[in-house]
Design a protein around this ligand. Structure first.
Ligand SMILES: Cc1cc2nc3c(=O)[nH]c(=O)nc-3n(C[C@H](O)[C@H](O)[C@H](O)COP(=O)(O)OP(=O)(O)OC[C@H]3O[C@@H](n4cnc5c(N)ncnc54)[C@H](O)[C@@H]3O)c2cc1C
Length: 363
């Protein structure tokens, strides 16, 4: 019935659709560039009782070696609508637009709000899912609405920013609504001629080293891209460190009591060592760097374990060194998680979306 509306391919290896380059085959794979296409694929899958997995560029996914037994759908809806107001501009962007291209264009027009998020791989449709963030900004700072197809009702719904339930690397689209909503477009509100956000210490230092005391949006964007390039956190085909899902673990959020216990434990294990860096958040929670805990647990940059390892430029990125399987990736992740827990009592949580696998299973 829907055969003419979208092309569907069978047994497509997911390793060809993910940046980590692991994962078995999608039973079916298709891409659509319209809302009608999304609705048609949803109906096609529902009629056959097949689960649906929506993907963008696959840069935050770890899919089982067994593959995905249903329909994998890439939403390629394009389009940009611009509405100017006095000091702001509202952009409605199709889910299939490239995120980094969007950032580049907004900075060129001197619209502030996304400049620190330059270089993050992926599509616009995924930007609300884990509330992407880097160098002092998060997508939730500027998202004002998300339009999605509701698989439960077959209707298109629009969520306000508050309704998206944004949190650190989280939103309703990663929690309760993960298999319910297909994001069609995202709206952002940016500040016309606004100043750049320079709050992140590493970025501040980098700009200061260049003598940029009042940097422009463009200068901040360039500095972010340069820092990311040094850490292999740009998706470049010629960089073997880039065969990753970005940071494999989120930075732990801990309570004041846990912070005090951790400080005491670190002082006991490393007498006289400097304190672990921390970022104090509202509500007496602290965000601490997972990378610090991993390095102090004995995993250096470039650590290797057969076909997998850690990036030589960034200890948080687990990389596929060539021919790895998903199980190889998970095995290393479990070893790291368990050693950090044994040493510091802090449980690391994976950042990528796990499909058909879990760090808890098998280890
Ligand atoms: C080198 C590298 C660096 C990275 N740096 C950062 C960083 O600095 N900060 C950061 O936050 N992330 C970072 N990431 C992770 C990743 O780039 C982001 O999470 C990005 O938003 C994923 O986009 P994607 O299109 O590849 O989504 P995918 O990986 O394909 O999907 C991610 C999730 O979003 C869902 N999804 C995708 N599209 C839709 C849609 N249209 N509707 C509903 N759900 C959808 C998927 O089902 C999945 O759950 C990095 C990754 C890599 C490889």
């Amino acid at each position: 019935m829907y055969a003419t509306e979208f092309d569907i391919r069978q047994h497509v290896p997911l390793r060809t659709l993910t940046s980590l380059r692991v994962g078995g085959a999608a039973r079916y794979f298709t891409r659509v560039d319209s809302r009608e296409g999304v609705s048609a694929v949803a109906a096609w899958a529902a009629e056959r009782g097949l689960p649906l997995l929506v993907i963008g560029r696959g840069s935050n996914l770890v899919v089982a070696d067994a593959g995905f037994p249903g329909v994998v759908l890439r939403v390629s809806i394009r389009g940009v609508t611009t509405r100017l107001a006095d000091d702001t501009v509202e952009l409605r962007i199709g889910a299939g637009e490239n995120w980094n291209t969007l950032v580049t264009r907004t900075v060129q027009r001197n619209w502030a709000g996304m400049e620190c998020l330059a270089g993050i791989p992926g599509l616009v449709g995924a930007s609300p899912v884990q509330n992407i963030g880097a160098y002092g900004q998060e997508s939730s700072d500027t998202i004002c609405a998300v339009e999605a197809f509701d698989l439960d009702t077959g209707q298109v719904v629009t969520f306000s920013s508050a309704e998206c339930q944004f949190d650190y690397r989280s939103s309703r689209f990663r929690t309760d609504g993960r298999v319910r909503y297909i994001i069609l477009s995202v709206s952002y509100r940016l500040r016309r001629n606004g100043p750049p956000t320079v709050q992140y210490v590493e970025l501040e230092r980098d700009l200061a080293a260049q003598g940029l005391t009042r940097p422009s949006l463009q200068e901040v964007r360039r500095a972010v891209l340069a820092i990311r390039a040094r850490k292999s956190m740009l998706l470049r085909a010629d960089d073997p460190n880039a065969h990753s899902a970005g940071s494999f673990f989120t930075n732990p959020l801990i309570t004041a009591a846990q912070m005090a216990a951790l400080d005491a434990e670190i002082a006991r294990q490393y007498p006289g060592a400097p304190r672990i860096p921390r970022f104090e958040k509202a509500g007496s929670t602290y965000k601490i760097p997972a990378a610090w805990l991993i390095e102090r647990s004995g995993f250096a940059r470039g650590y290797s374990a057969g076909a997998v390892g850690l990036s030589t430029n960034h200890v948080l990125a687990i990389i596929n060194r060539g021919g790895a399987t998903t199980e190889d990736v998970l095995r290393l992740a479990r070893v790291i998680r368990d050693r950090v827990f044994d040493r510091f009592g802090i449980l690391l949580t994976p950042e990528p979306v796990m499909v058909g696998v879990s760090l808890d299973a098998g280890g």
